[in-house]
Each structure stands twice: as structure tokens, then as C-alpha cells.
Unconditional design. Structure first.
Length: 157
């Protein structure tokens, strides 16, 4: 896949600064920073449950193989309190061991863009004015704004 061209188009469609594509494209082309794993993709509240001090996913009908850092980002989106977000992050980093924190930081910077690209992949199959298409375009725009803001914050740190 020609990620720079794909991201250039996506960013043009959503009025994002073109230099953002150059900042994030190399991450999409690089190998996973941690060993790849089987990742559940449907992590809505109806497919997660708290078991003791951990989270259990029980809908494995939509899975992929990939960088496990992407799944941590999705888990954190479903945590309803800062304490739970901290507990999930701590447990995840401990499970992956040394180097996980650096890998997580790199992956976090692209998790939002990954979601935007995933939603964008669905649009060609929908009528332009369908409610779901309108919702997906709104979600893509929000994800790209969050990604832009995260990159700006990371650059300032």
C-alpha cells in the first residue's frame, strides 16, 4: 500500500495539514514494535467485562493480527474511570515486559489514525447520504483532529 498517497488523500478530504502524512506514514510501514498478536476488533462495552482486576473480551468474531499496542488504545477508550485506565495500562505494560512502554508510546501516536483509515475503508460500500456514512465521516474527522492534536502535543514535549 502506498501509505503516503493514501494519507495525503484522506487528509485533503478532511482539511488536515499535508505535513501530517509525512509524520505518520513511516509508522504504518514499519514492523510491529512488539510481537504481533491476535487482536479483537469489537471492543464495545457489550463485548467486554471486568473479571477481578482485569478485562476480558468475549466476542472474537472480528479479529486481526497486528501490533498489540493498537488494542490497548481501544481498551482505554472503553474504560470509564481514570483508575481503570491506569490499571489497564499498568497491566498491559507489565504483561509485555521491558520495552513495552516505548513501544506503546510509538503505537499510541498512530492508533487514532488507524481508526480513521479503518472507517474510511467502509465508505465506498455505503450510499453517500446514508446515516451510517455520515456518522463514519464525522468519526473520521474527529479521529484526525485528535491525532493532529496528539502529534502537536508530542512535538511540544
Amino acid at each position: 500500500m502506498d501509505w503516503p498517497a493514501r494519507l495525503d488523500r484522506l487528509f485533503q478530504d478532511y482539511d488536515m495539514p499535508p505535513e501530517l502524512a509525512a509524520q505518520v506514514a513511516p509508522r504504518f510501514e514499519s514492523p510491529a514494535l512488539l510481537p504481533v498478536a491476535l487482536l479483537p476488533q469489537d471492543l464495545g462495552p457489550c463485548n467486554l467485562r471486568w473479571v477481578g482486576d482485569g478485562v476480558q473480551a468475549f466476542d472474537w468474531s472480528d479479529v486481526r493480527i497486528g501490533d498489540p499496542g493498537m488494542i490497548l488504545d481501544r481498551f482505554l477508550n472503553e474504560c470509564d474511570t481514570p483508575a481503570r485506565r491506569e490499571a489497564v495500562t499498568t497491566a498491559w505494560l507489565a504483561a509485555w515486559g521491558p520495552g513495552a512502554e516505548a513501544a506503546w508510546g510509538a503505537t499510541r501516536r498512530c492508533a487514532l489514525l488507524h481508526e480513521a483509515v479503518r472507517y474510511d475503508d467502509e465508505l465506498p460500500f455505503l450510499d453517500t447520504d446514508a446515516p451510517l456514512a455520515l456518522r463514519l465521516r464525522t468519526m473520521i474527522g474527529k479521529q484526525l483532529v485528535r491525532m493532529r492534536d496528539h502529534l502537536a502535543q508530542t512535538s511540544a514535549d
